[in-house]
Design a protein around this ligand. Sequence first.
Ligand code: 13P
Ligand code: SF4
Length: 337
Amino acid sequence: MADINNQIINQQAIISKGFYDIQIDPSLDLFFEIEKLKKEKNAIILAHYYQEPDIQDIADYIGDSLGLAQQAAKIKAEMIVFAGVHFMAETAKILNPHKKVLLPDLNAGCSLSDSAPPQVFKLFKDKYPDHTVITYINCSAGMKALSDIICTSSNARQIVESLPENQPIIFAPDKNLGAYINKITGRNMLLWNGACMVHEIFSLEKITKLKIRYPDAKFIAHPECEESILAIADYIGSTTGLLKYSEDSTSQTFIVATETGILHQMQKNSPNKTFIPAPPNNSCACNNCPYMKLNTLEKLYISIKYELPEIMMDEQLLNAAKKPIDKMLEISYSLGL
Ligand code: 13P
Ligand code: SF4
């Protein structure tokens, strides 16, 4: 424990001395350099759909949270560069305790994860000892360690339905996803009051106006959105679900209520279709996740080159957080998800 704490302190000291400000020769072809480093170091790049287009283009695997966890569970490479946010890289580390897992910017957190501090959640959970705790993967390792099963937006329904109907459940941290799953499964899960700042920002009024302007457009939304937004959606699904729906649908136009990064893959996979980001309720670009966008191609290059910042975890916490993730992967595998 003291050893890991010292390693974390040493890493913080290096980072605080200007690690993120390292200047890169502007004439470098970063795509070429990153490919070269990947081979030299036997590294693999995993990226979430919310990453900037350049990162998505250089990634070995792009996916939603479930796809990324499944991919991380079977990685052969020695080093994983995780282009996503902290809880995702942490999950990859939990599944690969003996591999080096890098996150280009260690400050890439998550508002949803922050809405569930483990010590506060523990007090809540202790009041309901007969409840099973299902926790959305968008949470810290500390929260995972307090959970029975993890889920993602693409398997939440099946994970909940894998439990007997009369089993009381606490669902954390996302109240919007939890309420949506309650609605479609008829369960009455106890919901933690957390939410994602990006998915709570969409304007019902502006989306309604867009739907009038584009009457043939399909309105598609991520289940982290509020109930009023989900109520008018033609399709609700994880980022992979939304992408697949946009590919399979005969519609030509889509209004998309999730983080804007996904539009890059949608446009790439369906070049002749039109994708309109659902507007936020003010004039900011708040449908961009500020945490996801902390990673850049430059930081990814620096990260793989210097093998920093690395995800480091206490072994006991890692083992406790691994159990509910393994359970999720087992259930998903058995259901062919
Ligand atoms: P999925 O990757 O499950 O679609 O969730 C989106 C998200 O908010 C990730 O932070
Ligand atoms: Fe977290 Fe929301 Fe950003 Fe996803 S989009 S990483 S849930 S803040």
